[in-house]
Write a protein that binds this ligand. Structure first.
Ligand code: PBG
Ligand code: ZN
Length: 327
Protein backbone atom coordinates (compact mmCIF):
# COMPACT_ATOMS: atom_id res chain seq x y z
CA UNK A 1 0.00 0.00 0.00
CA UNK A 2 1.15 3.49 -0.81
CA UNK A 3 0.71 6.63 1.25
CA UNK A 4 -2.69 8.08 0.40
CA UNK A 5 -4.40 4.73 -0.16
CA UNK A 6 -6.42 4.88 3.06
CA UNK A 7 -7.62 8.44 2.92
CA UNK A 8 -8.58 9.50 -0.57
CA UNK A 9 -10.77 12.61 -0.27
CA UNK A 10 -11.23 12.66 -4.02
CA UNK A 11 -13.44 9.52 -3.92
CA UNK A 12 -16.38 11.64 -2.82
CA UNK A 13 -15.64 14.47 -5.25
CA UNK A 14 -15.61 12.33 -8.40
CA UNK A 15 -19.07 13.12 -9.77
CA UNK A 16 -21.62 15.88 -9.32
CA UNK A 17 -24.22 13.60 -7.63
CA UNK A 18 -21.58 12.35 -5.18
CA UNK A 19 -20.51 15.89 -4.36
CA UNK A 20 -24.11 16.86 -3.81
CA UNK A 21 -24.67 13.86 -1.55
CA UNK A 22 -21.93 14.97 0.85
CA UNK A 23 -22.58 18.73 0.60
CA UNK A 24 -22.79 20.21 4.11
CA UNK A 25 -24.23 23.66 3.48
CA UNK A 26 -27.06 24.75 1.23
CA UNK A 27 -28.26 28.14 0.11
CA UNK A 28 -32.07 28.36 -0.15
CA UNK A 29 -34.33 31.16 -1.39
CA UNK A 30 -35.83 31.34 2.13
CA UNK A 31 -32.39 32.32 3.49
CA UNK A 32 -32.23 35.53 1.49
CA UNK A 33 -33.46 39.02 2.37
CA UNK A 34 -33.17 41.63 -0.39
CA UNK A 35 -32.43 45.25 0.56
CA UNK A 36 -34.41 48.06 -1.10
CA UNK A 37 -34.29 51.87 -1.00
CA UNK A 38 -37.58 53.75 -1.19
CA UNK A 39 -37.88 57.51 -1.76
CA UNK A 40 -40.59 59.90 -0.62
CA UNK A 41 -41.45 61.58 -3.92
CA UNK A 42 -44.60 62.76 -5.68
CA UNK A 43 -43.23 61.17 -8.90
CA UNK A 44 -44.85 57.73 -8.86
CA UNK A 45 -42.57 56.57 -11.69
CA UNK A 46 -39.35 57.51 -9.86
CA UNK A 47 -36.43 55.11 -10.22
CA UNK A 48 -32.84 56.29 -9.88
CA UNK A 49 -29.92 53.87 -10.25
CA UNK A 50 -27.35 53.96 -7.42
CA UNK A 51 -23.95 54.59 -9.02
CA UNK A 52 -21.86 52.65 -6.51
CA UNK A 53 -24.33 49.73 -6.41
CA UNK A 54 -24.84 48.61 -10.02
CA UNK A 55 -28.21 46.90 -10.42
CA UNK A 56 -29.72 48.65 -7.37
CA UNK A 57 -31.94 51.73 -7.48
CA UNK A 58 -33.86 54.15 -5.33
CA UNK A 59 -37.57 53.61 -6.00
CA UNK A 60 -40.85 55.40 -5.46
CA UNK A 61 -43.32 53.32 -3.44
CA UNK A 62 -45.19 52.30 -6.61
CA UNK A 63 -42.04 51.31 -8.48
CA UNK A 64 -40.84 49.38 -5.44
CA UNK A 65 -44.06 47.39 -5.37
CA UNK A 66 -43.55 46.42 -9.04
CA UNK A 67 -39.89 45.51 -8.50
CA UNK A 68 -40.66 43.35 -5.45
CA UNK A 69 -43.42 41.58 -7.38
CA UNK A 70 -40.92 40.58 -10.08
CA UNK A 71 -38.48 39.35 -7.45
CA UNK A 72 -41.22 37.32 -5.76
CA UNK A 73 -41.94 35.65 -9.12
CA UNK A 74 -38.31 34.51 -8.98
CA UNK A 75 -38.80 33.17 -5.45
CA UNK A 76 -38.01 36.12 -3.16
CA UNK A 77 -39.49 35.60 0.30
CA UNK A 78 -38.27 38.59 2.28
CA UNK A 79 -37.21 42.22 1.89
CA UNK A 80 -35.72 44.90 4.12
CA UNK A 81 -36.72 48.47 3.36
CA UNK A 82 -34.71 51.68 3.85
CA UNK A 83 -36.37 55.08 3.48
CA UNK A 84 -35.29 58.43 2.08
CA UNK A 85 -37.61 61.11 3.52
CA UNK A 86 -38.45 64.43 1.87
CA UNK A 87 -37.31 66.43 4.90
CA UNK A 88 -34.82 65.84 7.69
CA UNK A 89 -34.59 67.47 11.14
CA UNK A 90 -32.38 67.13 14.24
CA UNK A 91 -34.78 64.69 15.94
CA UNK A 92 -35.37 62.52 12.86
CA UNK A 93 -39.14 62.86 13.13
CA UNK A 94 -39.64 61.30 9.69
CA UNK A 95 -38.46 57.98 11.14
CA UNK A 96 -41.54 57.62 13.37
CA UNK A 97 -44.18 59.49 11.34
CA UNK A 98 -47.27 57.39 10.65
CA UNK A 99 -47.21 58.67 7.07
CA UNK A 100 -43.41 58.35 6.83
CA UNK A 101 -41.88 56.83 3.73
CA UNK A 102 -41.10 53.42 5.22
CA UNK A 103 -44.51 53.22 6.89
CA UNK A 104 -46.26 53.93 3.57
CA UNK A 105 -44.02 51.51 1.64
CA UNK A 106 -44.64 48.74 4.17
CA UNK A 107 -48.39 49.26 4.07
CA UNK A 108 -48.42 49.04 0.26
CA UNK A 109 -46.11 46.02 0.19
CA UNK A 110 -48.13 44.11 2.77
CA UNK A 111 -51.48 44.88 1.18
CA UNK A 112 -50.15 43.75 -2.20
CA UNK A 113 -48.10 40.76 -1.00
CA UNK A 114 -49.38 39.56 2.40
CA UNK A 115 -47.00 36.57 2.31
CA UNK A 116 -43.84 38.70 1.87
CA UNK A 117 -41.74 38.83 5.06
CA UNK A 118 -41.15 42.55 5.46
CA UNK A 119 -38.23 43.60 7.66
CA UNK A 120 -37.68 47.26 8.58
CA UNK A 121 -34.42 48.91 9.57
CA UNK A 122 -35.01 50.87 12.77
CA UNK A 123 -32.64 53.83 12.94
CA UNK A 124 -32.67 57.62 12.79
CA UNK A 125 -29.68 58.40 10.55
CA UNK A 126 -31.65 58.58 7.30
CA UNK A 127 -34.01 61.09 8.95
CA UNK A 128 -31.72 63.34 11.01
CA UNK A 129 -30.32 66.54 9.47
CA UNK A 130 -26.92 65.72 11.05
CA UNK A 131 -26.93 62.11 9.79
CA UNK A 132 -26.18 60.48 13.15
CA UNK A 133 -28.16 57.51 14.47
CA UNK A 134 -29.59 59.34 17.50
CA UNK A 135 -30.20 62.67 19.23
CA UNK A 136 -27.17 64.89 19.78
CA UNK A 137 -26.07 66.98 22.75
CA UNK A 138 -24.49 70.44 22.37
CA UNK A 139 -21.06 68.86 21.79
CA UNK A 140 -22.28 66.74 18.89
CA UNK A 141 -22.25 63.52 20.91
CA UNK A 142 -25.02 60.99 20.39
CA UNK A 143 -27.22 60.75 23.48
CA UNK A 144 -28.06 57.16 24.35
CA UNK A 145 -31.10 57.04 26.62
CA UNK A 146 -33.11 59.91 25.09
CA UNK A 147 -32.68 58.20 21.71
CA UNK A 148 -34.24 54.95 22.95
CA UNK A 149 -37.72 56.43 23.13
CA UNK A 150 -37.53 57.57 19.50
CA UNK A 151 -36.28 54.19 18.34
CA UNK A 152 -39.14 52.48 20.16
CA UNK A 153 -41.61 54.89 18.51
CA UNK A 154 -40.03 54.13 15.12
CA UNK A 155 -40.28 50.37 15.60
CA UNK A 156 -43.89 50.65 16.77
CA UNK A 157 -44.88 52.76 13.75
CA UNK A 158 -43.28 50.19 11.42
CA UNK A 159 -45.17 47.35 13.08
CA UNK A 160 -48.43 49.30 12.97
CA UNK A 161 -47.83 49.66 9.21
CA UNK A 162 -47.47 45.90 8.93
CA UNK A 163 -43.77 45.05 9.36
CA UNK A 164 -43.20 41.37 10.17
CA UNK A 165 -39.78 41.90 11.78
CA UNK A 166 -38.10 45.04 13.13
CA UNK A 167 -34.32 45.35 12.91
CA UNK A 168 -32.70 48.06 15.06
CA UNK A 169 -29.35 49.12 13.55
CA UNK A 170 -28.48 52.15 15.68
CA UNK A 171 -26.18 50.50 18.26
CA UNK A 172 -27.56 52.44 21.24
CA UNK A 173 -27.33 50.49 24.49
CA UNK A 174 -30.64 49.08 25.67
CA UNK A 175 -32.58 49.60 22.46
CA UNK A 176 -33.72 46.00 22.07
CA UNK A 177 -35.27 46.10 25.54
CA UNK A 178 -36.85 49.49 24.91
CA UNK A 179 -38.38 48.28 21.64
CA UNK A 180 -39.55 44.98 23.18
CA UNK A 181 -41.33 46.79 26.01
CA UNK A 182 -42.97 49.27 23.61
CA UNK A 183 -44.15 46.55 21.21
CA UNK A 184 -45.49 44.36 24.00
CA UNK A 185 -47.37 47.26 25.61
CA UNK A 186 -49.06 48.02 22.27
CA UNK A 187 -50.19 44.43 21.72
CA UNK A 188 -47.35 43.34 19.43
CA UNK A 189 -45.68 40.74 21.63
CA UNK A 190 -45.75 38.39 18.62
CA UNK A 191 -43.46 40.55 16.44
CA UNK A 192 -39.80 39.43 16.41
CA UNK A 193 -36.77 41.69 16.77
CA UNK A 194 -33.76 41.06 14.54
CA UNK A 195 -31.04 42.94 16.31
CA UNK A 196 -28.00 44.34 14.52
CA UNK A 197 -26.27 43.06 17.65
CA UNK A 198 -22.71 43.01 16.38
CA UNK A 199 -22.34 45.96 14.05
CA UNK A 200 -18.85 47.19 13.31
CA UNK A 201 -17.85 50.77 12.40
CA UNK A 202 -17.02 49.72 8.85
CA UNK A 203 -15.73 51.38 5.70
CA UNK A 204 -17.90 48.93 3.78
CA UNK A 205 -21.07 50.98 4.45
CA UNK A 206 -19.80 53.65 2.02
CA UNK A 207 -22.14 52.93 -0.93
CA UNK A 208 -25.15 52.61 1.41
CA UNK A 209 -24.62 56.14 2.66
CA UNK A 210 -24.92 57.34 -0.95
CA UNK A 211 -27.94 55.07 -1.55
CA UNK A 212 -29.74 56.11 1.64
CA UNK A 213 -28.33 59.65 1.86
CA UNK A 214 -27.33 58.95 5.45
CA UNK A 215 -23.68 59.98 5.79
CA UNK A 216 -22.97 61.82 9.08
CA UNK A 217 -22.53 65.57 8.48
CA UNK A 218 -19.52 65.57 10.87
CA UNK A 219 -17.48 62.96 12.70
CA UNK A 220 -18.10 59.25 12.32
CA UNK A 221 -19.99 56.41 14.03
CA UNK A 222 -17.08 55.01 16.06
CA UNK A 223 -18.62 56.31 19.28
CA UNK A 224 -21.46 53.79 18.96
CA UNK A 225 -20.54 51.13 16.37
CA UNK A 226 -17.91 48.50 17.24
CA UNK A 227 -14.16 48.57 16.69
CA UNK A 228 -13.28 46.12 13.85
CA UNK A 229 -10.38 44.87 16.00
CA UNK A 230 -12.63 43.37 18.68
CA UNK A 231 -13.85 39.80 19.13
CA UNK A 232 -14.77 39.36 22.80
CA UNK A 233 -16.83 42.53 22.66
CA UNK A 234 -19.03 40.81 20.07
CA UNK A 235 -19.99 38.22 22.68
CA UNK A 236 -20.92 40.95 25.16
CA UNK A 237 -23.05 42.79 22.60
CA UNK A 238 -24.81 39.59 21.51
CA UNK A 239 -25.43 38.52 25.12
CA UNK A 240 -26.90 41.91 26.02
CA UNK A 241 -29.29 41.91 23.06
CA UNK A 242 -30.26 38.30 23.66
CA UNK A 243 -31.03 39.08 27.30
CA UNK A 244 -33.19 42.02 26.22
CA UNK A 245 -35.27 39.75 24.01
CA UNK A 246 -33.68 39.78 20.56
CA UNK A 247 -35.09 36.87 18.53
CA UNK A 248 -32.42 36.97 15.81
CA UNK A 249 -28.84 38.21 16.25
CA UNK A 250 -27.08 39.84 13.33
CA UNK A 251 -23.43 40.27 12.42
CA UNK A 252 -22.58 43.11 10.05
CA UNK A 253 -20.67 43.33 7.70
CA UNK A 254 -20.37 39.67 6.71
CA UNK A 255 -17.29 38.68 4.70
CA UNK A 256 -14.63 40.48 6.79
CA UNK A 257 -16.29 39.09 9.98
CA UNK A 258 -16.85 35.39 9.27
CA UNK A 259 -14.98 34.49 12.48
CA UNK A 260 -17.52 36.53 14.44
CA UNK A 261 -20.40 34.72 12.73
CA UNK A 262 -18.90 31.38 13.73
CA UNK A 263 -18.35 32.62 17.28
CA UNK A 264 -22.00 33.62 17.66
CA UNK A 265 -23.19 30.39 16.03
CA UNK A 266 -21.20 28.39 18.60
CA UNK A 267 -22.33 30.46 21.58
CA UNK A 268 -26.03 31.15 20.97
CA UNK A 269 -28.89 28.81 20.15
CA UNK A 270 -30.83 31.55 18.44
CA UNK A 271 -31.06 32.25 14.70
CA UNK A 272 -28.12 34.24 13.36
CA UNK A 273 -28.34 36.69 10.48
CA UNK A 274 -25.49 38.13 8.42
CA UNK A 275 -25.57 41.36 6.47
CA UNK A 276 -23.54 41.33 3.28
CA UNK A 277 -23.33 45.11 3.10
CA UNK A 278 -23.25 47.64 0.28
CA UNK A 279 -19.44 47.75 0.08
CA UNK A 280 -19.20 43.98 -0.20
CA UNK A 281 -21.75 44.15 -3.02
CA UNK A 282 -19.91 47.04 -4.72
CA UNK A 283 -16.56 45.26 -4.45
CA UNK A 284 -17.85 42.09 -6.11
CA UNK A 285 -19.81 44.02 -8.74
CA UNK A 286 -16.75 46.12 -9.65
CA UNK A 287 -14.54 43.07 -10.10
CA UNK A 288 -17.25 41.32 -12.11
CA UNK A 289 -17.74 44.40 -14.33
CA UNK A 290 -14.03 44.30 -15.10
CA UNK A 291 -14.27 40.67 -16.11
CA UNK A 292 -12.00 39.70 -13.21
CA UNK A 293 -14.49 37.41 -11.44
CA UNK A 294 -17.15 35.07 -12.74
CA UNK A 295 -20.49 36.52 -11.49
CA UNK A 296 -22.37 33.36 -10.69
CA UNK A 297 -19.50 31.48 -9.10
CA UNK A 298 -18.10 34.42 -7.12
CA UNK A 299 -21.45 35.60 -5.76
CA UNK A 300 -22.65 32.12 -4.81
CA UNK A 301 -19.30 31.38 -3.14
CA UNK A 302 -19.54 34.59 -1.12
CA UNK A 303 -23.00 33.59 0.11
CA UNK A 304 -22.24 29.94 0.83
CA UNK A 305 -19.17 31.09 2.78
CA UNK A 306 -21.39 33.30 4.95
CA UNK A 307 -23.82 30.43 5.55
CA UNK A 308 -21.03 27.97 6.28
CA UNK A 309 -19.58 30.39 8.85
CA UNK A 310 -22.86 30.22 10.78
CA UNK A 311 -25.54 32.44 9.27
CA UNK A 312 -29.09 31.10 9.05
CA UNK A 313 -30.17 34.00 6.86
CA UNK A 314 -28.43 36.68 4.82
CA UNK A 315 -29.41 40.24 4.02
CA UNK A 316 -27.86 40.85 0.60
CA UNK A 317 -28.32 43.07 -2.42
CA UNK A 318 -27.61 39.96 -4.51
CA UNK A 319 -30.83 38.15 -3.50
CA UNK A 320 -32.75 39.03 -6.68
CA UNK A 321 -29.79 38.07 -8.86
CA UNK A 322 -29.08 34.68 -7.28
CA UNK A 323 -32.68 33.42 -7.04
CA UNK A 324 -32.76 32.12 -10.64
CA UNK A 325 -29.46 30.32 -9.98
CA UNK A 326 -30.95 28.42 -7.05
CA UNK A 327 -33.71 26.84 -9.15
C1 PBG B 1 -28.40 52.53 9.40
C2 PBG B 1 -27.84 51.44 8.55
C3 PBG B 1 -26.63 51.44 7.82
C4 PBG B 1 -26.60 50.23 7.14
C5 PBG B 1 -27.75 49.54 7.47
N1 PBG B 1 -28.49 50.29 8.34
C6 PBG B 1 -25.60 52.47 7.68
C7 PBG B 1 -24.70 52.81 8.81
O1 PBG B 1 -24.81 52.29 9.91
O2 PBG B 1 -23.86 53.66 8.59
C8 PBG B 1 -25.51 49.79 6.19
C9 PBG B 1 -25.91 48.78 5.17
C10 PBG B 1 -25.03 48.65 3.99
O3 PBG B 1 -23.90 49.19 3.92
O4 PBG B 1 -25.46 47.96 3.06
N2 PBG B 1 -27.76 52.68 10.62
ZN1 ZN C 1 -28.20 54.68 11.67
Amino acid sequence: MNIGDFHRGRRLRRTAPLREMVRETELRPADLIQGYFVVDTPDAGFEKPIGSMPGQSQFSVERLVVRVGKAMDLGLRSAIVFGLPQKKDPAGTGAYADEGIVQRAVRRLKETYPELVVVTDVCLCEYTSHGHCGLLNDHGEVLNDPTLELLAKTALSHVRAGADIVAPSDMMDGRVGAIRVALDAAGFSHIPIMSYAVKYASAFYGPFREAADSAPAFGDRRGYQMDPANTREALREAAADFAEGADILMVKPAMPYLDILRLLRDNFDTPIAAYQVSGEYAMLKAAIANGWLDPKRAVLESLIGIKRAGADMIITYFAEEVLPWLK
